[in-house]
Design a protein around this ligand. Structure first.
Ligand code: PMP
Length: 352
């Protein structure tokens, strides 16, 4: 750290993104990316017309994207905030609504606490139940900013819309953020609740079900007053938060919904097959609703499995910690990717 770093940031522990090693070609099952490429329409949308316009700033209002999203979601454009990845929407939401303190589960997306620390807000966690589920009653009447990933990560387990509603209804003095990064792969969206409550904000991403992790586009949906607050932060930091090429790409991907629905169906099928294969090998497999599988075997610890798989050219994630250390989290890739993964797992277990 330099001698010039502002003291309010000097003790910040930043988020560590999933590894992206360049030493050889890996089967990458570690960062929940989509194994399928964007649609041809999206590739064409980043065509010469957009490239030749790179001398011009992009549309700061993201109007093309808001238009297709509002039609798809059945909400007004004033209900939508477009962001640079959903991480940006989450970060801005914590800035806007986290002053009274922030609460989230003890096992969830690791970035939430970093957003809180960066904003200088206090945060606390509520333990998941023994089976990794969330007990909604733990979150009632807190009246702080609550963040629930639904489905949750890395468990992959989802809460019902009714359970989310109970949390939103009993926290009228605090905002509830529902992080729906994985909702297209399963679970029930809380979207209908935005017309009923003014304290719910839903965040979503193009990184997973729209094959655009490299494009960095996300969005938040909520009451227009909440959206206006997010815009205050955007126009105070980076008004052109989505670049011209990715704005065109994200807009086209909503138009090409049919293609993405097909990819999602394929991923869900592969996920179920992978779950079954792992169970046959004696793994305990959590009933994930996402594009990743969270599973453990009593034969090999999570970190050891990760290391052995890496030697075999397959990247996955493990999560050090008392309750998560035995587990591995494996992104659902293509069928051939998952066949290679299962073969590698069999070999590792046979060696034991
Ligand atoms: N929420 C959850 C639960 C995630 O796992 C991720 C990314 N891994 C994000 C949000 C952020 O995604 P992005 O910024 O790519 O939209």
């Amino acid at each position: 750290m330099s001698d010039y770093m502002s003291s309010r940031f000097s003790s910040l522990t930043p988020y560590t993104p999933g590894e992206q090693p360049k030493d050889k070609k890996y089967i990458k099952l570690n960062t929940n990316e989509n194994p399928y490429p964007p649609s041809q329409g999206v590739i064409d949308a980043i065509g010469s017309e957009q490239l030749e316009s790179l001398n011009l700033y992009p549309d700061p209002t993201c109007s093309s994207l808001k238009k297709v999203l509002s039609e798809k979601l059945g909400v007004g454009q004033e209900n939508i905030f477009c962001s640079n990845g959903s991480d940006e929407a989450l970060d801005f939401a914590v800035m806007c609504f986290g002053e009274k303190g922030v609460v989230f589960p003890d096992i969830t997306y690791g970035f939430y606490k970093v957003f809180c620390d960066y904003s200088g807000y206090s945060w606390s966690t509520i333990p998941l139940k023994e089976d990794f589920t969330i007990d909604p009653s733990d979150y009632c009447d807190l009246n702080k900013l609550i963040i629930i990933a639904n489905p949750n990560a890395p468990s992959g387990l989802a809460l019902s819309k009714d359970a989310i509603e109970e949390i939103v209804r009993t926290n009228s003095k605090g905002v509830v953020i529902v992080d729906e990064a994985y909702i297209d792969f399963g679970g029930e969206s809380a979207l209908p609740l935005i017309n009923k409550y003014d304290n719910i904000l839903i965040t979503r991403t193009f990184s997973k079900s729209y094959s655009m992790a490299g494009g960095r586009v996300g969005y938040a949906v909520g009451n227009p007053a909440l959206i206006a607050d997010l815009l205050t932060i955007k126009y105070s930091t980076n008004p052109y938060n989505i670049d011209r090429l990715n704005l065109a790409a994200a807009t086209q991907s909503i138009i090409d919904q049919e293609y993405y629905d097909k990819c999602t169906e394929k991923i869900k099928k592969t996920r179920e097959k992978t779950k079954e294969e792992l169970k046959k090998l004696g793994f305990e497999v959590i009933d994930t609703q996402t594009n990743f599988v969270f599973a453990k075997t009593d034969k090999v610890y999570g970190k050891d499995l990760y290391l052995r798989l890496k030697e075999k050219g397959i990247l996955i994630r493990y999560f050090p910690g008392e309750r998560t250390g035995e587990f591995i989290r494996v992104t659902v890739g293509t069928d051939p990717d998952m066949d290679s993964f299962i073969i590698a797992i069999k070999e590792i277990l046979e060696e034991k």
